[in-house]
Design a protein. Structure first.
Length: 225
């Protein structure tokens, strides 16, 4: 059964790549709102909203599997838009989200993917943090806490590998006003949509309470698009 699902996803991806070779790839079209990024054709049939936490292993699994199929099969050809909204579960989430947003909007999707594809490495470091490291993360000036997290989890190195320099990353990690918006958005999304866990999903603004990952999302997207 699992092999069958993987085969289906792979066939969809191949077909989407062949189709996109003949038309615009809408994955390159990115809109930045106050608290999210929306990728895809503005005139698409609908929008899939993904509520994601960078410290959520299930979110990492979805990003590496289902999200890639969504981009290839639905967003790229212009059928659907993908909105990525952030759920802040802890201070590490905030630091990671600030880094994902670093730079122009066109860099976001690749930043997001880099965090998710390398999640096992830096999240393991977070889980093994010493008491001294955790004290730096939870005390002192807000921006200094985010920079300590980026240092201790090797997130500086991850983003320097993407072409950023340390001063640029420090400026992004010092954006406490943006961090406050992320925290406020987390509370608002819990109230508005009923987000209680990650990953969670909405289709055209309608929260999908029975969807917890790709296996339950795939048939919904197939039916919608």
């Amino acid at each position: 059964m699992i092999a069958s699902r993987r085969l289906t996803a792979g066939m969809l991806a191949v077909a989407a790549l062949a189709t996109m070779g003949m038309m615009k790839n809408w994955v390159t079209e990115v809109e930045r709102t106050e608290v999210s990024h929306i990728v895809g054709n503005p005139e698409a049939e609908g929008t899939l909203t993904e509520f994601v936490s960078y410290t959520c292993p299930a979110c990492g699994n979805f990003a590496r599997q289902g999200e890639e199929v969504v981009k290839l099969g639905y967003v790229g050809p212009g059928k659907a838009r993908l909105e990525i909204r952030h759920v802040q579960r802890n201070v590490v989430d905030i630091a990671a989200t600030l880094l994902a947003w670093c730079g122009p909007k066109e860099k976001f999707l690749q930043n997001h993917s880099a965090l998710m594809w390398q999640q096992d490495k830096w999240l393991t470091k977070a889980q093994q943090a010493t008491q001294g490291q955790q004290q730096r993360w939870f005390s002192g000036a807000e921006a200094a806490r985010y920079k300590a997290i980026a240092n201790d989890l090797s997130l500086y190195e991850l983003f320097e590998g993407r072409g950023y320099d340390r001063p640029q990353l420090d400026r992004c990690l010092s954006d406490t006003a943006l961090a406050a918006k992320f925290r406020e958005s987390t509370v608002a999304d819990a109230e508005t949509f009923g987000v209680r866990a990650t990953p969670s999903f909405a289709i055209d603004g309608e929260f999908q309470s029975d969807v917890t990952g790709w296996s339950t999302l795939a048939p919904k997207l197939s039916e919608k698009f």
